[in-house]
Design a protein around this ligand. Structure first.
Ligand code: XMP
Length: 327
């Protein structure tokens, strides 16, 4: 039997009871596989890696070493939530690395989007590798949040390395407990494991994070304005019941300024651009019709609460022609 093929008769996990049965089965299998050895996991805070963490904590407790690398491009409160849920609520063995300065120093002055992506991706692996080296010898397993679509997309070839790029002298056996599950099943399992709704329903967030939404060369002040404006958008969409209904929504701040008037004086500050899309597979996307009063409230709040933003615009471009992200 191909371990990377979902059996035809595998029941789709849609209920807490089915999730519990999956959890019981996996906990037993993981204990048998891991024994008294240790497991390493790069925990991004995304749905898949969080569910794998919760599952492994259930199975082997503090034998799981979670490494959360904060690249300084996370959304507001995200790393704090990872620490709170995993360390405080689940008693996880969590290594938190605040690598903000390393990433932002490397990115200073770099405007080209693909170069920004490469720098962020390569530095991420470097930071994780440093942590992996510290535990090398004590750790035999590397857990990954691979899910079934990752396997399908890689044509059965094992190219789905979420933390790929580790040097060859660091050899770990892979542990991929949710690799036969679809995204909706991972969410049901996450809920049954007690993860908070905001983590289980977390919308897709690109690996390079806010780095590709702070357009052009990233500066700390503009990144901070973006983070605050994005937090207001998320809070208001959440309060309006749109979380989980609108597929992805976020703020973009371009590296240009617009004129405004603040307190009777001329202001020359950044615009914030709101992007909200619905999609099934992210290959095409449409812009949902949104409540005008909600959009006005968000606009007013961003203008009043976020220093450096003097204008709010809404992006109505479908994909194609526009991609979902701006960079
Ligand atoms: P685009 O902009 O290509 O985005 O229409 C489609 C989906 O992919 C996400 N995205 C990324 N995810 N690394 C990622 O992990 C990236 O570099 C990246 N770029 C885009 C985007 O957020 C959307 O969900």
């Amino acid at each position: 039997m191909d371990p990377n093929k979902r059996p035809d008769d595998m029941v789709r996990i849609t209920t807490p009871e089915l999730a519990q049965a999956f959890i019981d089965e996996q906990v037993e299998a993981l204990r048998a596989q891991i024994g008294d050895k240790n497991v390493l996991l790069a925990l991004s805070g995304g749905v898949d890696s969080s569910v794998v963490a919760a599952l492994l904590i259930r199975a082997v407790g503090r034998q799981l070493i979670c490494v959360h690398v904060n690249h300084g491009l996370m959304r507001k409160g995200e790393s704090e939530q990872v620490i709170d849920v995993l360390r405080n609520q689940m008693d996880a063995n969590l290594v938190y690395v605040d690598a903000t300065d390393r990433f932002l120093d490397l990115l200073a002055g770099v405007a080209e989007p693909e170069r920004k992506r490469k720098i962020i991706g390569a530095e991420f692996i470097r930071v994780f590798e440093e942590e992996a080296r510290k535990v090398a010898g004590e750790v035999d397993f590397l857990a990954q949040g691979t899910i079934y679509p990752d396997i399908l997309e890689s044509d059965g070839v094992k190219a789905h390395h979420n933390v790929g790029g580790l040097p060859e002298d660091l050899t770990f056996e892979l542990v991929e407990p949710v690799k036969l599950l679809f995204k909706d099943e991972v969410r049901v399992v996450g809920r049954a494991l007690g993860l908070p709704e905001s983590m289980v329903e977390r919308q897709p967030f690109p690996g390079p994070g806010l780095g590709v939404r702070c357009l052009g060369a990233i500066t700390r002040d503009r990144l901070e304005a973006l983070r605050e404006a994005d937090a207001i958008l998320r809070e208001e969409f959440g309060a309006a019941g749109l979380a989980g209904k609108v597929w992805q929504y976020f703020v973009v701040v371009p590296d240009m300024r617009a004129t405004g008037v603040r307190d009777g004086k001329r202001a020359y500050e950044w615009p914030a651009i709101i992007r909200a899309v619905n999609t099934v597979d992210a290959m095409t996307a449409t812009v949902p019709e949104l409540d005008w009063a909600l959009m006005k409230r968000i606009t007013e709040r961003i203008l009043a609460e976020v220093p450096g933003i003097c204008r709010v615009a809404m992006d109505l471009t479908p994909k194609p022609i526009g991609t979902i992200e701006w960079e």
